[in-house]
Design a protein around this ligand. Structure first.
Ligand code: ZN
Length: 668
């Protein structure tokens, strides 16, 4: 029987920094599983990498004024570094912009085309004559065809929830430049997913996956339709056919192929042994939002091409980890500053906490208080305490060497049985993707050791020459439990487990040992132990207090602009004015030319508040706040003598409401 296991974690999008919420879903469970299988002696290949194409990336890059490549280089490096910091054991971490990925993706397409699963269609898409290109949905805004909300997004309306084609929008225009868009026919390639229905149905029916994963996948299979796999853009894997300038693959088409190309890049000589051997077990760790692609679309793509690539065997799909009751959100400041985190806490503390809280069957929660209490009560109070008290005792009462085991009384036999049973439970938990249960086993084992130590009271046995032998047996057994503890905790807290391993007098790392051998070989009596040292520091209130404060302070923070003084504010001459007339500035979606009455006379002011406004006459007579001492400036060829204050919100522009204030009065 083959013992090859190919493990993947979902490719993270190189469009922003990862946070612990991501790590809990597709990553830490994958790393723990890979480490566990290596201990079992399996031949493991664990790959991951950055997903670097797609419209979300070009849009973010455009918004911050970076080239897409610059943008993905930045976040690829940041995310790779985070994985290193967290002690990840990827055999290779790749990226989808390396040239081998292009080749493999294009071959998929050519095979699918040759086998009759791809068809060309000409459809109308939105084109910007100003920018000289087709715009993807995310670049488009316009009026919702259902509720007439102005500023609706290209694929769905954030006001009424309607979803539609971008071409259904009324007055569609570019999010970046405001330029109007026109419909233009363009050719695209569609993958006939509908032709895979039967094959997918018979393939999926005996999969040992969670019920929610199977149900979700099944609903997608029932509804399979042809889907466009290309779009008009210059950022992506190019379509390998003549005359297809400006056509690239949709990111969801090339991204899953990244698992294969990552293996090709990292292991040019060995990747085939894994991907092309039907005996290999393919395990793909994903978040629940990725189920359709891994359970339906990618398997269909694999079925339709010509290489005998492995299809997924196990698909552990996890839920989400939230932060103190809400989703992690970088833009809202609802997140954990990773740099500060690692200055105060250790990798194993966060790995243990996430494993013990793994969002396996429902969403889970990161809470600072809970983090503190688990680290103190469990890692330090149970795990660290058992190891420390035992090893100090060995130094004082056994000359720092592992004593010999004598006859076992009933308490000791029961203890030995118990620790072997917990070890077996941990093995079962790891192999069935129950990381939370595995973390529980770790603490159960530590606790069992502490209880046995307290029950046998070796410090009393050491006082009497007749019970010295019983004391030595007791200590030897407690050390056996520490050995098993190092073993079963090693996938979750590898650094600490290695330290414990060394404290037992072993040279080499526990990663290179084998599970069965560690369990079946008793500790070598007479083995000399090094001086013990503590494995965990206590987390004091003072260490987490500022983190909680920071989180809640950010919630009410409205501005990240630098602070100014009262003198800066006094420099502004804010006055109440009244709009006398208004007209649109030609060729601009949002710019309005306003005549505004102030006590000193009438001013012409240009203001970008016109986007989405249908009835400009509503503005006439309205009182507004004018920055009256702003230096005149030329905008779109017209002179503007001041500016007006307005709120720019998700749902459009809003002006402050002034009723009684006379024209020309000061605002402060
Ligand atoms: Zn709507």
């Amino acid at each position: 029987m083959s013992n090859k296991i190919l493990i993947t974690s979902a490719l993270p999008y190189a469009n922003g920094p990862l946070h612990f919420g991501h790590i809990a879903g597709a990553y830490l469970p994958g790393d723990c599983y890979a480490r566990f299988q290596r201990l079992q002696g399996a031949d493991v290949l664990y790959v991951c990498g950055s997903d670097e194409y797609g419209v979300a990336i070009t849009l973010s890059a455009d918004l911050v004024g970076r080239a897409p490549k610059e943008h993905v280089d930045l976040f690829h490096a940041i995310n790779k570094q985070l994985f290193e910091k967290l002690g990840f054991s990827f055999d290779h971490y790749s990226r989808t912009t390396w040239e081998g990925h292009v080749k493999t993706t294009q071959q998929f397409f050519l095979d699918l085309l040759e086998n009759g699963f791809i068809e060309e269609r000409v459809t109308d898409q939105l084109y910007s004559e100003k920018e000289n290109r087709f715009l993807a949905d995310r670049y488009v805004i316009g009026r919702c065809p259902k509720c007439h909300y102005e500023g609706a997004r290209g694929d769905e309306c954030q006001k009424c929830g309607a979803s539609y084609e971008a071409t259904d929008l009324v007055h569609p225009h570019s999010k970046l430049t405001g330029s109007p868009l026109v419909r233009r026919p363009t050719k695209h390639w569609f993958l006939r997913f509908d032709l895979f229905k039967e094959k997918l149905n018979s393939w999926i029916k005996d999969k040992p996956w969670k019920a929610n994963v199977l149900n979700f996948a099944q609903s997608y299979i029932d509804d399979l339709r042809p889907r466009a796999i290309t779009r008009d853009s210059d950022w992506g894997v190019k379509v390998p056919l003549p005359g297809t300038e400006g056509k690239v693959f949709y990111v969801w088409f090339d991204a899953p192929i990244g698992y294969i190309s990552a293996s090709q890049e990292g292991f040019p000589d060995r990747w085939k042994e894994f991907w092309l051997d039907p005996e290999t077990k393919l395990v793909q760790f994903i978040g629940k939002d990725n189920i359709p692609f891994h359970a339906v679309f990618f398997p269909a793509m694999l079925m339709g091409q010509n290489q005998p690539y492995k299809l997924v065997d196990e698909l552990p799909a996890n839920e989400f980890l939230n932060l103190e009751g809400k989703q992690f959100s970088k833009s809202d400041g609802w997140t954990i500053d990773l740099e500060r985190f690692f200055q105060k806490f250790t990798t194993d503390q966060i790995r243990y906490y996430i494993a013990a809280n793994a969002p396996e069957n429902h969403d889970a929660e990161f809470s600072w208080k809970d983090f503190q209490s688990r680290c103190n009560a469990e890692l330090l109070g149970k795990y660290g305490n058992l190891i420390n008290r035992t090893l100090v005792f060995v130094q004082n009462h056994s000359s720092g060497i592992i004593p010999q085991r004598g006859e076992l009384d009933s308490v000791s036999s029961a203890f030995l049985e118990q620790i072997l049973r917990i070890t077996e439970e941990a093995r079962h938990a790891y192999s069935h993707f129950c990381l939370r249960k595995a973390a529980q086993c770790v603490m159960e084992l530590a606790q069992a050791g502490n209880v046995y130590f307290d029950t046998k009271k070796p410090w009393l046995l050491a006082k009497n020459i007749e019970t010295i032998c019983e004391m030595q047996t007791c200590i030897e057994l407690v050390m056996e439990s520490i050995k098993l503890l190092a073993l079963i905790s090693s996938p979750i807290i590898p650094h600490t487990a290695n330290q414990a391993w060394k404290l037992l007098g072993f040279t080499g790392t526990i990663e290179h040992a084998r599970w069965d051998q560690i369990v079946s070989h008793n500790l070598p009596s007479g083995q000399k132990l090094p001086q013990p040292h503590v494995l965990f520091q206590r987390i004091e209130d003072e260490m987490i207090g500022p983190e909680i404060e920071q989180l809640h302070a950010k919630k009410t923070e409205v501005s990240e602009a630098p602070q100014i003084t009262i003198d800066d504010v006094r420099k502004l001459d804010l006055r109440v004015g009244q709009i006398l007339s208004v007209e649109r500035v030609p060729k601009s979606k949002k710019m309005l030319k306003l005549s505004i009455a102030l006590s000193s006379g009438t001013r012409t002011i240009l203001s970008g508040i016109g986007e989405g406004m249908t009835d400009l006459t509503l503005l006439i007579g309205k009182k507004v706040i004018v920055v009256a001492n702003l230096k005149p400036a030329t905008l779109m060829g017209l002179e503007s003598e001041g500016m007006i204050l307005s709120a720019d919100t998700e749902s459009g522009i809003e002006l402050p409401l002034l009723l009684e204030a006379p024209i020309g009065s000061c605002v402060r």
